[in-house]
Design a protein around this ligand. Structure first.
Ligand code: KG4
Ligand code: ZN
Length: 337
C-alpha cells in the first residue's frame, strides 16, 4: 500500500510517500527564512508559501520514489489543528488528489500524527503513554488504540515549545528558539540561576510554564546587555528547570497509571528533539523499568512522514474520511475517533 502524506499546518510544507511501513521518499520545505525577520510565524505568509510549494514538492517526491500518481493507494492530509489557512492548503490539495485519482482520503489530526510517530520506528503496543511537547501543545496522552486517546495532563498556559521560543526571544537568539536554547545550554552552568520548577509535586500531572518564562525575563531584563556566558548560563539553568519539572510530572503520571500495565513511554513533538530532555527521560524510564521510545530527531518536528504514517495506521483499519472533511484550527484529541 502506497500512502501519500501532506503536512501544511504551520511553517513546514512536507510531502512523504510510504510503502506500508517503509519510507520511500519525502520532501520538506521549511519556511524559517520567510518568517525569521518577524520573530515568529506570520499566518498569511505561511499559507501563501504552502500554495507555492505543495505541488512542486509532490512532483519531486514522486520522482524520488520512482512512482506515478496512479500508484498511490491512499491520500492523507493534515486536517488540523494549526494555522487554518495553511491547513486548508494541504487538506484541499489532498482531497482534490483523492477525488481526481478516485482513491480513499484520510484527514489527519496533527497531534495524533505526532503521537503515533514513535510507532513508526518501533513496535509499541497499546496501551502506552505519550508525552507530546510541541510549539502549541504539552500533554500526557494515554494511547489505548488508533483514535482512542485520553488526555491525562496538559499545560494550563504556555506550551513547552512556546516557552523555549519565548526564552530564546528574550535572549535575542534567532527564531525558532528551541534548538538555539538547546545549543547554548551545552556551554552553560545549569546551577547558575535557580529558576522555578512550576507544578512540581502537584497531584494532577499538569504543566505551567508562564511563571518560568517570567523568571527568565526578570533575569534577562536586569542587565542592559548579556554576555555569551550569561546567555549560556540562562539557557542551561532554564533547561534544567524544564527537565526537573518534566521528570516530576512524568513520575507522577506513571505512579497514577501503574495499574494500566503500560507498554512504554514515548516522547513526541518538536521538543522531543531536545538533547537534554531525550537523555533525562530515557534515564528516568530506565529507573522506572518501563521501555522508552523517541523518534529520530528529524522525525520529531513537523514533516510529511508523520501524516503518511498516521494515514497508514488508519488505512490499515479502514478508518477513511469522507470528502466533507473540513479544516479545524483546534480540536481536543479525545474528540477524534
Ligand atoms: O512539533 P513542531 O515542529 O511544531 C508544532 O506542532 O508546534 O514543534 C515546534 C516546537 C518549537 O517550539 C521549537 O522551538 C521546538 O519545537 N523545538 C525544540 C527543539 N527543536 C524544536 N525545543 C527544544 N529543543 C529543541 N532542540
Ligand atoms: Zn507539530
Amino acid at each position: 500500500m502506497y500512502v501519500l502524506g501532506i503536512e501544511s499546518s504551520c511553517d513546514e510544507t512536507g510531502i512523504a510517500i510510504l510503502k506500508d511501513r517503509r519510507l520511500i521518499a519525502h520532501t520538506l520545505f521549511t519556511q524559517i527564512d520567510l518568517h525569521q525577520i518577524y520573530g515568529g510565524v506570520v499566518p498569511e505568509i505561511a499559507s501563501r508559501a504552502h500554495i507555492e510549494k505543495v505541488d512542486i514538492l509532490l512532483k519531486q517526491t514522486l520522482e524520488d520514489a520512482h512512482i506515478s500518481l496512479s500508484d498511490l493507494d491512499v491520500i492523507a492530509a493534515v486536517q488540523g489543528p494549526g494555522l487554518i489557512g495553511g491547513v486548508n492548503v494541504g487538506l484541499t490539495f489532498g482531497k482534490a488528489l483523492a477525488y481526481a485519482l478516485d482513491k480513499p482520503f484520510i484527514g489527519i489530526n496533527h497531534l495524533e500524527a505526532h503521537a503515533l510517530m514513535p510507532r513508526f520506528e518501533n513496535e509499541i503496543p497499546f496501551p502506552h503513554l505519550v508525552f507530546l511537547a510541541s510549539g502549541g501543545h504539552t500533554q500526557f496522552i494515554l494511547m489505548n488504540g488508533i483514535g482512542d486517546y485520553k488526555i491525562l495532563g496538559t499545560t494550563l498556559d504556555d506550551a513547552l515549545g512556546e516557552a523555549f521560543d519565548k526564552v530564546a526571544k528574550l535572549l535575542n537568539l534567532p527564531y525558532p528558539g528551541g534548538p538555539e536554547v538547546d545549543k547554548n545550554a551545552k556551554f552553560g552552568d545549569k546551577t547558575k540561576y535557580n529558576f522555578p520548577r512550576p507544578m512540581k509535586g502537584k497531584i494532577e500531572p499538569n504543566f505551567s510554564f508562564s511563571g518560568l518564562k517570567s523568571a527568565v525575563r526578570r533575569i534577562a531584563q536586569e542587565k542592559e546587555s548579556l554576555s555569551e556566558t550569561e546567555i549560556n548560563d540562562i539557557c542551561a539553568s532554564f533547561q534544567e528547570a524544564v527537565c526537573e519539572t518534566v521528570e516530576d510530572r512524568l513520575e507522577t503520571v506513571l505512579q497514577q497509571t501503574k495499574n494500566l500495565k503500560l507498554n512504554g513511554v514515548a516522547f513526541a513533538g518538536g521538543v522531543a528533539r531536545n538533547t537534554f530532555l531525550r537523555e533525562r527521560l530515557k534515564t528516568l524510564c530506565a529507573k522506572e523499568k518501563i521501555p522508552f521510545f523517541v523518534p529520530t530527531p528529524s522525525l520529531c518536528v513537523d514533516n510529511g512522514v508523520m501524516i503518511a504514517w498516521a494515514g497508514y495506521e488508519r488505512a490499515r483499519l479502514k478508518k477513511f474520511s469522507d470528502m466533507s472533511a473540513t479544516a479545524y484550527p483546534r480540536k481536543n484529541l479525545e474528540e477524534i475517533k
